[in-house]
Design a protein around this ligand. Structure first.
Ligand SMILES: Cc1ncc(C[n+]2csc(CCOP(=O)(O)OP(=O)(O)O)c2C)c(N)n1
Length: 394
């Protein structure tokens, strides 16, 4: 295994001393090392993977040096646009080292949302016509690989991609300070109270990561599952847009998006579009723990904004904030009284219980059940010119 401290030191020796990216569970040790060791001038946790490439380009324009960009391969699609239309040697030609955590690698058991992305990684990388390699787990081989990667990136003025397999990095010797949150409820406690206050009739679209797993576990435990939860297991940052598409075709039923602060920031522009198009039945709750909790607790930039004020400034009809689950019935009454699109920031502490399970149904099974529940006969008939709702026969 690779010692993350040595990895960072070795990259420094190759002239790479600036890091930016979106954290990943496979890169957790490296992310912790960078967080603990580097000053803020040398490390930026970006809103999304494409933005990280942008930051790396800016860094190079002023320093002439390559930056390191890190991400999980789930975010590969976000990165491809600026990589190919800006950094590529056919455009500006910007050297950088792109370190990609390889979830869903063939032969390694992983969640359904990672399987296809993992399986097609090699052909996708080949199609980019950029140099890439799998980072060896042996420390000496890893150093040789990194040296060669940086030299190639600089020589050819291009991004070089390094794929990192599960279990490549050892635990770091240093630890970043634990994120704050004392006195706040856990995400799961807040979720239980929120689900109770939302009630059984609405549709719920929950965000990527632990929150969806906690919602699934809550339904399984309580035995009360109205069947109208959509778990956004991949596509981080898009739960609010899924909820928008739904709400526009479901104006007589409340649609609630349960979001995370990292996911909210990842595609914050969607809020303006939601404000512009969502019906009054659209409600948005952001579980704000200040970190990317699901992949190791690395901070987001949510702390610099007033989330409720930002939602109002982006056009939401009403927005408020609370850290008290007991206040939820009153807070939700206020949201409902104002009508949507409205947002509630729910401040919670980082962390989850260690024995949290994972959804036992496949995403395709969940989708069919969800569509069938929405199309259930007690619902209104399709309006003129509308397709009747139907479950996917696949
Ligand atoms: C596009 C994309 N980038 C990165 C990831 C990896 N990832 C999964 S959950 C998560 C953190 C989510 O943070 P937040 O929305 O704040 O929710 P929390 O985990 O704190 O509850 C990340 C980075 C992903 N799934 N998709």
């Amino acid at each position: 295994m690779i010692d993350p401290a040595r990895f960072v030191a070795h990259l420094g020796e190759q002239g790479v001393s600036f890091y930016t990216g979106v954290p990943d569970s496979l890169l957790k040790s490296l992310n912790s090392q960078i967080l603990a060791e580097l000053p803020r001038e040398r490390h930026v946790i970006a809103a999304n993977e494409g933005a990280a490439v942008g930051i790396a380009i800016g860094h190079h324009l002023r320093t002439g040096r390559p930056a390191a960009v890190y991400l999980q391969n789930s975010g590969f699609g976000n990165l491809v646009n600026p990589l190919l239309s800006l950094a590529d040697p056919d455009v500006y030609g910007v050297p950088m080292l792109v370190i990609v955590g390889w979830r869903g690698q063939v032969g390694v058991k992983d969640e359904p949302q990672h399987v296809k992305q993992g399986r097609v990684m090699a052909p996708l990388l080949d199609a980019l016509e950029l140099p890439w390699a799998v980072l060896p787990k042996d420390p000496a081989d890893a150093e040789r690989c990194v040296k060669e990667a940086v030299a190639t990136a600089v020589e050819r003025s291009c991004p070089y991609l390094l794929m990192v397999e599960k279990g490549s990095f050892a635990e770091p010797a240093v630890t970043a300070p634990a994120p704050a949150g004392a006195g706040l409820p856990s995400r799961e406690e807040a979720l239980v109270a929120l689900v109770e206050a939302v009630g059984d009739d609405p549709v719920i679209v929950s965000t990527t990561g632990m929150l969806s797993r906690e919602l699934f576990a809550l339904r399984a435990q309580s035995g009360n599952d109205p069947g109208r939860d959509f778990l956004t297991v991949g596509g981080m940052g898009h739960a609010s847009s899924i909820a928008l598409g739904l709400a526009m075709r479901e104006p007589d039923r409340e649609v609630w998006c349960f979001d995370g602060d990292g996911a909210l920031l990842m595609h914050l522009g969607s809020l303006a579009v939601i404000a512009d198009h969502a019906p009054a039945s659209y409600f948005h709750v952001v579980f704000n723990n200040g970190v990317h909790d699901s992949v190791g607790g690395q901070p987001t930039s949510i702390g610099v904004i007033d989330t409720a004020a930002a939602a109002r400034a982006l056009g939401y009809r009403y927005a408020a904030s609370t850290a008290d689950p007991a206040e939820l019935p009153a807070q939700l009454a206020a949201l409902r009284a104002h009508g949507g699109p409205s947002l509630l920031e729910l401040r919670v502490r980082p962390g989850n219980r260690p024995d949290l399970g994972r959804p036992s149904r496949t995403p395709a099974q969940s989708k069919r059940a969800f569509m069938a529940a929405l199309a259930a006969p007690e619902r209104r008939a399709a309006g003129p010119g509308e397709d009747p709702p139907r479950a996917d026969p696949a």
